[in-house]
Design a protein around this ligand. Structure first.
Ligand code: PEP
Length: 248
């Protein structure tokens, strides 16, 4: 099955109003590459301003709470980010797993909440360096997928992102063979869980993607795009990744 490539940025806890100017060139590059889907997840405080500034670009949230509303001081729900202009949400990112002790079950509940609110979801999984060194990467990723993918998932709203934690922000990436192997295993696991609908679910690679390595990583089988942290903060670094995905 043909799956459109998706290049998604994740600004993490970076950016201010002035940084939104970067989105102008990113939106222009996205329009020049209509064969690729492009999105940028920004801090909650910037979602509305970003969505207003670049209406053609898909703006996302970096997390959502699993409840729609209620007594959860300091949290932000999926309906709230939807109303602010977000079209997608990242859930289960490894930094939330590490810093906020989120589990795959939390990621499952957040994915369901985001879907309920009409958002697309980028659901992250990936092993730590110790797990890879212990030869447990495949089992860890399989278990994360099993615990976090909602039963009713399909490619119209769910995207999976394989992000080995040790590759995030480090400049290190797995070998092409290792990326392809995990993506194949992830696809097989999805098939076990949701049957043929797995074929429509995009699986992104994330971890130190740059303009220099994007095209070769995105050419690998079952790699349907990239989730990009550091290199999504400026148009100068992000646009070459969009162009690499588009084969420009
Ligand atoms: C990420 O945090 O999702 C990520 C992939 O970060 P980086 O591109 O900076 O490695």
């Amino acid at each position: 099955m043909m799956r459109r490539k998706l290049v998604a940025g994740n600004w993490k806890m970076n950016g201010d109003r002035a940084s939104l100017a970067e989105l102008d060139a990113i939106a222009a590059a996205a329009q020049a590459a209509p064969q690729v889907d492009v999105g940028v997840a920004v801090p909650f405080t910037l979602i509305a301003a970003a969505a207003d500034r670049v209406p053609t670009l898909s703006i996302g949230a970096e997390d959502v709470h699993e409840a729609d509303h209620g007594a959860h001081t300091g949290c932000v729900s999926a309906p709230m980010v939807r109303e602010a202009g977000a079209r997608f949400a990242i859930v289960g990112h490894s930094e939330r797993r590490a810093d906020q002790h989120e589990t795959s079950h939390d990621a499952w509940a957040k994915a369901a909440a985001a879907h309920r609110a009409g958002l697309s979801v980028i659901l992250c999984c990936g092993e730590t360096e110790a797990e890879r060194n212990a030869d447990r990467a495949e089992r860890i990723v399989q278990a994360q997928i099993e615990k976090s993918v909602p039963d009713d998932a399909d490619g119209s709203w769910l995207t999976l992102a394989y992000e080995p934690r040790w590759a995030i922000g480090t400049g290190r990436t797995p070998t092409p063979e290792d990326i392809a192997a995990i993506h194949a295993i992830a696809r097989a696991k999805l098939r076990m869980l949701i049957g043929d609908r797995a074929d429509g679910v995009r699986i992104l690679y994330g971890g130190s993607v740059t303009g220099a390595n994007a095209a070769s990583i995105l050419a690998l089988e079952n790699v349907d795009g990239a989730l990009v942290g550091g290199a999504s903060l400026t148009a100068a670094k992000f646009v070459p990744i969009i162009e690499g995905a588009a084969g420009l």
